[in-house]
Design a protein around this ligand. Sequence first.
Ligand code: FES
Length: 375
Amino acid sequence: MSVRRLAEDQFQPAAFAFNDENAAWADKTIQKYPAGRQQSAVIPLLMRAQEQDGWVTRAAIEKVANMLDMAYIRVLEVATFYTQFQLGPVGTRAHIQVCGTTPCMLRGSEGLMSVCKSKIHHHPFERNAEGTLSWEEVECLGACVNAPMVMIGKDTYEDLTPERLADIIDTFDAGNGASITPGPQIDRHFSSPEGGPTSLTDEEPKKKVSAKKVVTEAATATVDAAPVPPSEAARAKSTDAETNAALKTPVTAPKAAAKNAKAVEEQPGVAAPVPATAKPSLTDKNRPAGIEKPATPDDLKLISGVGPKIEGTLHELGIFTFAQVAGWKKAEREWVDGYLNFKGRIDRDDWVKQAKALAKGGEAEYIRVFGKKPR
Ligand code: FES
């Protein structure tokens, strides 16, 4: 964790003033709080000052303190506590905050910092030669499940590799940062498992059963299925050895248990076991036609929803090109969806539209159609 102190005097402007738009916004924001509680607006005002000038200057801290009738030191405490506030000039196109806390460190944050050192500057908080980029190490940013990650502006970029971070930095430096989709940079939906959900994949909601009913039925089932001790008469007739064996080996009441199970099944409102969805047959007429692997297959992973594992499965099915996916009819989509156990994800992610754009004009066409880079 770096020491957080105000920038040297040489960088500090003499004064700070919100521009007209931000001044009106600040007045409105302060009024959201009850009389005497205006100090609660300190963080939003500091953030707006940073958005206006790129970083939080001493003059801005004093201005915000005056607006909220706070001691300068109180606002300084807030500004120096939170790493979201930059206390000195940072890159004009991107300031990269690399999480270096344990989960991210164990998953490779040191490699990410090496990229920052080589592409931006060896020291944190120093800008590159053009003044467009800077970086720093910060503590946990709350996306540990997708470690390692960085934050740029208000967005996080997760599941990073050094190569992917290098791409992201180059894209920001070229002024195209908005074209990158924030969040996981691999085949992961938010913080779901990589490659898609592995549990709770049933779409059919189970019928609701009251908790009381469940408890009652469970108790009944337990009683009916409980071991039945040998009767006293049987005990009398048994030899000692037989008795010991009988006591050690519980005798269940299969008929009673079966009867109870049937009764439970027939209860209205009790969920019947959901049969597993059968995988469609490889010889089914709706299976999309495959082709021989071409010399340069398309990168199907550019389709949102296709990761390395799914791409491998598609290859096994003879699917290698965007044009093939773009041509899938409804029945074919349903076949593939069922084969991948996707529960409708192919249509939800609109693979066909994505594939059509990629087949027509690659990434450029994809960006034109979807307003963002593929994946
Ligand atoms: S440890 Fe890096 S986001 Fe939490």
